[in-house]
Design a protein around this ligand. Structure first.
Ligand code: ASP
Ligand code: MG
Length: 436
């Protein structure tokens, strides 16, 4: 039986000390089976994205120095956590992975998105190779599961969808009889098609991997280990007066993730909710702190205001050149174009003559959209905006925000206030977060 699936993100394995810390945490759960899902170490995925860009730009000098940095980063961790003979055998394994990675970087005739998935997955392959060796060395009973043999997906590169029947069958076939102290270690974020073509689940997708394993194994709990004390009502990297949310419902968590709270990958909650699996968000820095809990809550929680920022937004306004109403037919047509270009809309609003919406800035998509619409529509747009969402706002916060910001677009429901602004006054907002 497996009750718990743990997920450790990049920050929890960013250097030798944190790798050691992870083993100290796992030591407390030595009497049960665990699935442990791990991301790439530190900022490795970003580094791999850069390296791949350099490969396509044929900038061999930058490519080589990027690869060298990544090697040194991983090798350094290995040298710090192992004694010399062990370190050299792990370094050999890493070298093999780097050799494969370099082969990939030459295959730039592959479509970019496909090569992206085949390349960035090396981050997780490197981290789990190191962890597997480290945990085994420290007398844990570990089995490394190659995620691409278990997480089976469609071919939507860079944001692949799970093929549930196949994934379910493979994970359920894991032999967990006669063992009650085993760690099944696996890579987050990566998968493959049935015929083995590498895919990824989308940036920050390791949370989702943990949820998929938990759902397939009928686990009771998923624990996401973070460098923050739990679920907070605002991003601590932007605000200092945050407070911890002890407990929220699945649907509230989905709302927060949807509006851009980066703490949980938005796809994570659905499989957990559907199987009644609890989700704990817990600090790996201070594991004695109680976790935040996301579960099936019937009565509404305390509903403290939560503040969510999405930067780098583009706001578009579209109106028909012939002054047609923005009726259902026209909306249908415009949403069809937006859908076809795979533009993800963060906020949408209509008036008699115009449709306005916000999306994450993307020059290529913007120009495709302008091309598609230019014949029949007037299109205006503003860039470098911020989308600010307040869940469970009150009128005082709404008034203050309006008074101190140049608001380009506003939307309110009973629970949620959203503003699109050129510039957010972080310090002012921080002072209101304290006493909402
Ligand atoms: N390593 C991947 C990323 O940074 C996946 C993850 O961290 O969840 O996006
Ligand atoms: Mg990561």
């Amino acid at each position: 039986m497996i009750n718990k699936v743990f997920k450790f993100g990049g920050a929890s394995v960013k250097d030798a000390r944190s790798v050691h810390n992870l083993s100290v945490i796992l030591n407390k759960y030595k009497n049960e089976n665990l699935v442990v899902v791990v991301s790439a170490m530190g900022k490795t995925t970003n580094a791999l994205e850069e390296i791949l860009k350099d490969a396509y730009a044929k900038d061999t000098v930058k490519l080589k120095s990027g690869l060298e940095r990544l090697k040194t980063f991983h090798n350094q961790i290995v040298k710090e956590i192992f004694n010399i003979p062990k370190a050299s055998s792990v370094l050999e394994q890493l070298n093999e992975l780097f050799a494969l990675l370099e082969q990939n970087l030459i295959k730039i005739q592959l479509p970019y998105v496909q090569n992206y998935d085949a390349t960035v997955r090396f981050g997780e392959l490197l981290s789990t190779t190191i962890l597997n060796a480290y945990l085994t060395e420290n007398e844990f009973n570990v089995e490394l599961l190659p995620a691409d043999k278990y997480i089976i997906t469609d071919k939507r590169f860079r944001s692949a969808g799970i093929v549930w029947p196949e994934t379910m069958a493979r994970i359920k076939a894991l032999d967990i009889t006669n063992t009650n102290n085993k760690i099944f270690l696996t890579q987050g974020f990566i998968g493959a098609t049935v015929d083995g073509i590498p895919t990824t689940l989308g940036r920050e997708g390791s949370d989702f991997t943990a949820a998929v394993f938990a759902a397939c194994l009928n686990a009771k709990e998923v624990w996401i280990w973070k460098d923050v004390p739990g679920l907070l009502n605002a991003d601590p990297k932007r605000f200092s007066n945050t407070s911890k949310i002890a407990k929220i419902s699945y649907s509230e968590a989905i709302e927060l993730a949807y509006y851009g709270a980066t703490i949980i990958h938005p796809k994570t909650i659905k499989p957990l909710r559907n199987s009644g699996i609890k989700l704990f968000v817990k600090s790996f820095v201070d594991p004695d702190l109680p976790a935040s809990l996301i579960e099936d809550l019937h009565q509404a929680g305390q509903n403290v205001p939560s503040f969510i920022v999405k930067e780098q937004q583009c706001l578009i306004s579209i109106s028909a050149r012939d002054y047609s109403f923005m009726d259902e037919q026209l909306l249908h047509k415009l949403l069809g174009v937006i859908n076809q270009l795979q533009i993800h809309v963060n906020l949408i609003q209509i008036s008699a003559l115009s449709l306005s919406f916000c999306f994450d800035e993307d020059q290529e998509k913007l120009s495709q959209l302008l091309n598609a619409l230019e014949k029949d529509f007037n299109v205006r747009y503003n860039e470098k905006l911020s989308l600010f969402t307040v869940r469970h706002y009150n009128s005082k916060i709404a008034d203050l925000l309006n008074q101190h910001h140049q608001v380009l677009l506003e939307q309110r429901s009973r629970t949620t206030l959203q503003l699109v602004v050129p510039k957010l006054h972080y310090q002012l907002i921080d002072s209101w977060i304290k006493k909402p």
